[in-house]
Ligand binder design. Structure first.
Ligand code: SF4
Ligand code: SF4
Length: 481
């Protein structure tokens, strides 16, 4: 007997079912097969990435962090391999997020809910937590019986072991999160020696707490009721997107059957409910596609095992496109079409955004310059009649080395340029800026009276000594003419 009634299909009309329906805890039965193996591999790869990714190194030269991917909050910088993103370049993060979102759309258009069923954090941790329950209590029927047992010392002890294991995994999940925000080797040492800051421990507690509650107790309710992605991703599907579907044309009319009996004149479904019992969200895929189906394909493995036992062809529940399922039903040939208008559009958008980012990255300067004209006073007339304007000249040195730049003024003849506290040069001055910092310089530009031909003359500062010259337009103010 199933412990959990099926979660109802997505209501087609408002008011058909309540917004939330408590259906009890799903107790999925373990299965073996291709998709189960893929899920184990997906779990190993995603968890390894989450926990070991921050330990990957990338040499950026002396003095620079060597963590391959690092979001350095105190240093207000993000590092992705060879890319270094400054706060004023937040649009790169926007680009990365946009590409990630479109990639998700592309994955959905090609392979259905492959993200939900195999890669999503909720799926991975829930799968791991269920595996621990299975290890401590047993498979589905043992767990159902265990839940029904009255509370006893032995039951309490086993629950404590499970919750303790969940807590440890959740803490590891929280720790894994913090390692992306500081040097992983230093962070891990500080966390375990109690030297980390309160914010680090708070993040571990918050993220670990969510992991514990969502994967341990909320489980499939997150996918059915909380996750917004499940609500709209079917909009990315078309007839060639892969989905998990019961092939009703072949399975119905089904019913119980004995091994070795003839299936002549009846459907191949033996109504064993193995597919329902294997389902982590507790639904019956034979009732059609449902919002609660996360596309994990465990029901495919479960049904294939049954088909093998009865000597029937596999694939009564298949992970295939609706086009192929219909074609098979009509005895036509099947095909898997990846190149289609929507996949081309998604791929095109990704390529466009990636190209723009790449172009910006390869052509971006390694300095940023900002010039502010002093307004009070706008200009000063010197004793020899020449006119002097003051500016605040800021240079952001985006390299991990101290650098020296030359700055000159163009646009007006005979101008001299002085840096307060620094050198005076007829044509240009030198400015030293420390690595990864902003150098702020007070600059005076003096122009002979005869050369000041207007109340406001366009001039430009030109900085040399970086990957390319940086020209910054501004104005030179003088008296009314
Ligand atoms: S596992 Fe296959 S045979 Fe058994 S109920 Fe599900 S669809 Fe029918
Ligand atoms: S119906 Fe099948 S594919 Fe969908 S969630 Fe359940 S087991 Fe996974």
């Amino acid at each position: 007997m199933d412990a959990k009634p099926a979660i109802p299909a997505l209501p087609l009309h408002k008011g058909e079912v309540p917004l939330y329906m408590e259906t009890g805890k799903a107790q999925p039965r373990s299965v073996s097969g291709t998709f189960r193996s893929l899920k184990w591999w997906a779990m190993v790869i995603t968890l390894a990435w989450w926990h070991l990714g921050p330990f990957l190194r990338w040499s950026r030269g002396p003095g620079a962090p060597d963590q391959a991917i690092l979001i350095d909050m105190p240093g207000r910088r993000a590092y992705f391999l060879f890319i270094e993103i400054w706060p004023q370049e937040i649009y790169y993060l926007t680009g990365i997020l946009l590409i990630s979102a479109i990639l998700l759309f592309l994955m959905s258009a090609v392979a259905g809910r492959v993200w939900c069923g195999f890669i999503c954090w909720q799926t991975v941790y829930t799968d791991l937590f269920v595996a621990i329950e299975r290890l401590v209590i047993g498979d589905r029927s043992a767990r159902i019986a265990f839940e029904r047992q009255p509370m006893s010392g032995a039951k309490l002890a086993r629950k404590a072991v499970i919750n303790l294991a969940w807590l440890m995994i959740s803490a590891a999940c929280g720790i894994g999160f913090t390692l992306w925000f500081g040097d992983a080797f230093t962070q891990i040492k500080e966390i375990f020696t109690g030297e980390a800051g309160a914010a680090t421990y708070a993040f571990i507690a918050i993220l670990g707490g969510f992991c514990f509650l969502l994967a341990g107790y909320a489980r499939e309710r997150v996918c059915v009721y909380l996750c917004p992605y499940s609500r709209f991703q079917s909009a990315m599907f078309d007839e060639h997107s892969l989905i998990v579907t019961y092939e009703a044309w072949r399975g119905d009319p089904g019913g119980p059957a004995r091994k070795g009996q003839s299936f002549e004149g009846r459907g191949h479904c033996v109504d064993c409910r193995s597919c329902v019992q294997a389902c982590p969200t507790g639904i019956d895929i034979r009732k059609g596609n449902q919002l609660a189906c996360i596309g994990c394909a465990l029901c495919v493995d479960a049904c294939n095992q049954v088909m093998d036992r009865y000597g029937l062809p596999r694939g009564l529940i298949s992970y295939d496109s609706s086009f192929n399922i219909d074609s098979r039903g009509q005895g036509l040939s099947t095909r898997f079409r990846v190149i289609r208008p929507r996949t081309l559009i998604y791929g095109g958008i990704m390529a466009l955004v990636a190209s723009i980012m790449l172009f910006r990255l390869t052509t971006r300067p390694d300095v940023d310059v900002n010039v502010l004209h002093e307004r009070a006073p706008l200009f000063v007339q010197m004793s020899d009649g020449s006119i002097r304007n003051g500016y605040v000249y800021k240079v952001l040195n985006m390299k991990a080395e101290d650098r020296s730049f030359k700055v000159k003024l163009v646009g007006v003849e005979g101008a001299t340029i002085d840096v307060i506290g620094g050198e005076t040069g007829a044509g240009e001055v030198e400015m030293q800026v420390a690595r990864d910092s902003v150098g702020s310089f007070r600059v005076y530009v003096t122009v002979p009276a005869a050369k000041v031909t207007a109340k406001s003359m366009p001039v430009a500062f030109v900085l040399t000594g970086s990957s390319r010259d940086v020209r910054t337009e501004t104005l030179f103010a003088g008296p009314d003419k």
